[in-house]
Design a protein around this ligand. Sequence first.
Ligand code: GAP
Length: 539
Amino acid sequence: MKSMEKIVSLCKRRGFLFQSSEIYGGVQGFWDYGPLGVELKRNLKDAWWSDMIRGHNNLLVPEGAPSSYEMVGLDCTIIMHPQVWKNSGHYDLFHDHMVDCRESKKRYRFDQVRGRWCQRGETKVFVSTLAEAEHEADEVRRRAMKFFKLRAKNADELTVGDESLTLDRLDDTKSVLAPDAKSLDTLTDPREFNLMFKTTLGALGGEDDVTFLRPETAQGIFVNFKNVLDSSRVKVPFGIGQVGKSFRNEITPRNFTFRSREFEQMEIEFFCPPDQSQQWYRYWRDRRLAWYTELGLSSESLIMREHHTEELAHYSVGTADIEYAFPFLPPGEYGELEGIAHRGDFDLRSHMEGKLDPNSPEGQPMQVELNEHGKPKYRGSGKDLSYRDEVTNEKFVPHVIEPSAGADRGALAFLCEAYTEDQAPDDKGNMQTRTVMKLHPRLAPLKAAVFPLVKKDGMPEIAKEIYGNLKQHFNVFYDDKGAVGRRYRRQDEAGTPYCITVDGDSVSEGTVTIRDRDSLEQTRVKIDDVVSEITQRMS
Ligand code: GAP
């Protein structure tokens, strides 16, 4: 059975993921990728870059697209001019609601603490916990028993509600037992908390020198829009892609790497004429959903969820999320992998004119926010970020469709999907349960492993030569330790699609076996054909 506990344990044991600064007790919300993890995440980012940016064919009209289009890349800095964050809206609006516990001194995100109503006699208490979804009901019961001072033999005096609710769904928090508290009503009212990490430019560090680590890579693209137009001769419609780190001071980082404080994004800002924006929005929603299934996420575990109006981010006139059924969520719930937002002309106009008022009446162009003297409250760049169509001579501010994916959430989803327990024969031919990571070959950290059956009789020499030849093309592993069955098991856990074994026949006949990770099928091929065979299977 797949469970988050087993996946987390495999990730640590096999070197996919480690807690950051673990020898000092770790730091919440930060994760390090181990030798296998770094390859997986790099493969994911490379697949994205290759499929969306470098490999995109400018001359064809992709299925479902209104026309052909161009794609280029950027790599912008993490620290940018402070004015960027004022005009983007992040300075004023990028916050979550948090509550503090007066007893435990801990801080929680209001919409993330879950719990249930528990009743003994006339007394009804909302018992909350931060436990993972799969343990939540048990943990609530355990805390409620303790709160009501009930022994196991009196367990039937306690009623625990069926419905799991988050704190933001309650009318008031007076009857709440906070996750780390022993008494009721210890939570403050919810307050806003800006999620950007502050930092200071230079040694003097005055108020004007305060800036932020970027909370999204998108703004680097917007502020370079004109530079890209002028330097690369791209024409609207076109997209700019960027992969890079973003930082958010999440109040309650949780669920392994799902909500981290430092993470990587793979973002596209796609610039199009306003009258085509809905068509491009639909195109990108379909294109991005298909990308995940092509790389191995099952369509039963993925949904496309259109946001309700009240959920929309301050800049968005329409957003759909691609969501995945992560195993840490209760059945029927999904977590966001990627958002595809129709941002209108909000960003380019904000960087031209100063921060725009997101509360402008629906259907009206957004207004520049004014101060009490009737002057723009935030200074724009003053640069003209509009576009003139060479054919029609029409001038407009392009609308933007933004497919914004998380590389860490993607990697986590592929790890969760890949985790499989099935039956496979051991060295003696007895069927045993094996753990295998069925990662798509493009994503697998190691593409093949080479084993000499024994460390003598000319086998290591042949195996090392095959390893050397494959290494020129792929990430390959050489293993001569232990029984072959055990070596297979180690590679199954690492997600290696192919294992090549050199045996007696390799010495006498010049052939090896290639074992397929998923079908367990073993095929004999000529040693000279190994590289072409693996290349062909990989493609
Ligand atoms: N530029 C738009 C933007 O940043 P977002 O929905 O806030 O939109 C996009 O973030 C993606 O970045 C998310 O779908 C998710 O995959 C990833 N992401 C956001 N916050 C994250 C966090 N705290 N930890 C890990 N990934 C995160």
